[in-house]
Design a protein around this ligand. Structure first.
Ligand code: ADP
Length: 202
């Protein structure tokens, strides 16, 4: 038996940074591999190139993955060069994983739904909230549409309570609400914090 679901479905894993999302994705994918299922894992490429890479957790566990510039490229790798017309001759993976799902474009929702409808187990791991504590990109819609949602917590570095937020620090100071979500080249760092200790500068 593959899973408690009959056929395809969406599983979403969310939480702040350091909550173990990648670890959990790697754990689920690893079990599928042991069961000799076909698995494909994707993550967003920082530049516009495809390349073979891996998903790694902060503890150092890894699983092979493909870096893709967007969901169009992930779709092409999953379905073969053609589109659904070729799907008959192209064997779909049993399991498709997406790490850092919050950085994918809007095409991730229809792709995930299409895969689930075709019988694929789709596992999506990502940040539910950005550094301001606002819903992040495509995650709210994925959370609504998923059969299964796991919200993980980290440990607040200030008080030790369960951390649900990602604190962004720029030069050691809380980032401003108006800072862009993705900052290139900034001296930034991130910490896991609870609601009480999550701070924004202005
Ligand atoms: P995520 O993908 O959610 O960022 P990872 O799976 O990469 O998380 O890493 C989780 C690991 O991060 C934990 O198992 C732990 O070893 C480490 N870690 C570092 N800082 C913290 C923290 N403040 N709370 C919990 N775990 C932390």
């Amino acid at each position: 038996l593959k899973s408690p679901y009959h056929g395809g479905h969406l599983e979403v894993i969310v939480g702040p940074m350091f909550s173990g999302k990648s670890e959990e994705l790697i754990r689920r994918v690893g079990r599928a591999v042991i069961a000799r299922q076909q698995v494909a894992v994707f993550k967003p490429a920082i530049d516009d190139r495809y390349h073979a890479t891996h998903v790694s957790s902060h503890t150092g566990r890894v699983t092979p993955a493909q870096a893709v510039p967007g969901t169009a490229q992930a779709r092409r790798l999953i379905f073969g060069q053609g589109d659904l017309l070729d799907a008959g001759s192209h064997v779909l993976p049993d399991v498709v994983g997406f790490d850092e799902a919050q950085f994918f474009d809007d095409g991730l929702v229809p792709l995930a739904l299409e895969l689930a409808d075709l019988g694929v187990r789709v596992i999506l791991a990502g940040l539910d909230l950005d550094f301001r504590g606002e819903p992040f990109g495509v995650m709210p819609e994925l959370l609504s549409r998923a059969e299964s949602v796991e919200k993980l917590t980290a440990i607040c570095v200030i008080c030790g309570a369960p951390a649900t937020r990602t604190q962004r620090l720029i030069g050691g100071q809380p980032a401003r609400r108006s800072d862009p979500v993705v900052m290139v080249g900034a001296a930034e760092s991130y910490e896991a914090r609870c609601r009480v200790h999550h701070e924004l500068n202005g």
